[in-house]
Design a protein around this ligand. Structure first.
Ligand code: HEM
Length: 419
């Protein structure tokens, strides 16, 4: 532990050291904006103290540092996990097989194989499905007049996106959606960790069956492409494919869902920005980027140090856990003027929502399509909307956002009639 921590605790018992970033409740019960502002200003590389049953870890909060460390796969590795839960548990059983927790040559090769499966043709097909589904779901929700946006729209779109990509039968979407929801976060504060573990196993088993089926009956989808792929002449094993399907479904589902929910939530409280969007005063792509910065659904990712190095006077030791906080970097006032203001016309907007460097999100294009199509459908089919009840925020130390957003919509009959 660095000397700095002790000093902070002595100076101010309610200071940075007093917030437990591992406990999901922390994010719901504290003014996190003030916390991150303080860390960025005074403790850009902060040692999060160990407890009796848990290791300590470094917390990096400034944009330039987060960006540089995301890119640095020499001094840092993802092979012992890239999220707090696995980093603190001491490793990830899918290391070296699942893209997000593989590094070096193997990562490059595996990513190239995956990128082939994400061909422009495959992406264009999925983007078409996303547009069609989003417009249909939004039109239905708006015609109904009232409902939970999270359940009616935002939960359904990402599963159709990743499902379309992987070739998951539509009838299985609700089952997988239920499982992915319990893997990364929880609607309840007291969900047992075993529940997440069981959900993960069920997803892996589901994909084992699907991979076996696609080997027998190949289709025009990513799983079938992966079953025909090899790295240096060695075909991908079933386990390689299963881990990466798991990674796609988990990476692509909750993050996109939370982004869409936050987009609607934010527009409900910013009528001026909604007006600009609706009146086509802001470019749709630019607005989408700001929504992604604003939502930052993945709060942090992490790494292990492979060597000793120094950052802002702190000594990071080989084997230390280093966490990179996008939720702070995306509000860094040295990079984003007025970062706590939603500005749909914000340019430039080099947000770090999708990470940076070698592990940059492989699904960023599709995630952007999802948010863009949702905003477009919203401004075409409705004249306005309002929140009718208390939204529910999720419990997680990885993701942030809402799982329930009750809404009332005001239909635009002309837009709805034109489709
Ligand atoms: C990687 C965020 C949507 C699949 C990442 C990373 C971030 C991220 C921050 C880097 C992780 C790291 O450096 O350790 C997001 C956000 C999304 C989103 C915020 C939505 C708003 C998607 C979608 C898919 C996907 C739609 C799949 C279709 C992946 C995969 C990786 C990844 C497979 C690992 C890439 C690698 O390690 O090379 N994502 N993601 N993500 N994402 Fe996404």
């Amino acid at each position: 532990m660095s000397v700095q921590t002790t000093e902070i605790q002595r100076e101010n018992p309610a200071g940075p050291a007093s917030l437990d970033l591992v406990n999901p409740k922390t994010y719901l019960e504290n003014d996190m904006a003030a916390y991150w502002r303080r860390l960025r200003t005074d403790h850009p590389v902060f040692w999060h103290p160990e407890t009796a049953d848990r290791r300590g870890f470094w917390v990096v909060s400034r944009y330039p540092d987060v960006q540089a460390l995301f890119r640095d796969n020499k001094r840092l590795t993802s092979e012992k996990g890239n999220v707090l839960v696995t980093l603190l548990a001491g490793g990830d059983s899918a290391a070296g097989q699942m893209l997000a927790v593989t590094d070096g040559r193997r990562h490059k090769d595996l990513r190239n194989v995956m990128l082939k499966a994400f061909s422009p043709r495959a992406l264009a097909k999925v983007a078409g499905i996303v547009r069609e589904n989003t417009r249909r779901l939004m039109a239905e929700a708006i015609r109904r007049g009232e409902g939970d946006f999270a359940a009616d729209v935002a939960s359904v779109i990402p599963m159709t996106t990743v499902g379309g990509l992987l070739g998951i039968p539509v009838s299985d979407h609700p089952y997988l959606l239920k499982l992915t929801k319990s893997c990364l976060s929880s609607d309840e504060a007291d969900q047992a960790p075993e529940e997440a573990f069981l959900a993960r196993n069920e997803i892996l088993l589901y994909f084992s069956d699907l991979v076996a089926e696609r080997r027998e009956n190949p289709q025009d989808d990513v799983i079938s492409t992966l079953t025909r792929s090899d790295i240096n002449g060695v075909p991908l094993t079933d386990q390689d494919i299963v881990f990466n399907c798991y990674s796609l479904i988990l990476g692509g589902d909750e993050t996109s869902r939370l982004s869409m929910i936050e987009a609607l939530h934010a527009l409900s409280s910013e009528p001026g920005e909604w007006r600009r969007l609706r009146d086509h005063e802001v470019d749709l792509e630019t607005a989408t980027e700001e929504m992604l910065r604003w939502a930052t659904p993945a709060m942090n990712f992490g790494r292990h140090a492979t060597t000793d190095f120094e950052l802002h006077g702190e000594q990071i030791k080989k084997g230390d856990i280093v966490t990179l906080w996008q939720m702070s970097a995306n509000r860094d006032e040295t990079v984003f003027p007025d970062p706590y203001t939603l500005d749909l016309a914000r340019t430039p907007n080099k947000h770090i929502t999708f990470g940076y460097g070698p592990h940059f999100c492989i699904g960023a294009y599709l995630a952007r399509v999802e948010v863009k199509e949702m905003l477009d459908a919203l401004r075409t089919f409705s004249t306005g909307f309002e929140i009718t009840g208390e939204p529910h925020r999720i419990h997680s130390n990885l993701m942030q956002g809402m799982s329930y957003l009750p809404m009332r919509y005001f239909p635009d009959e002309q837009g709805l009639a034109a489709g």
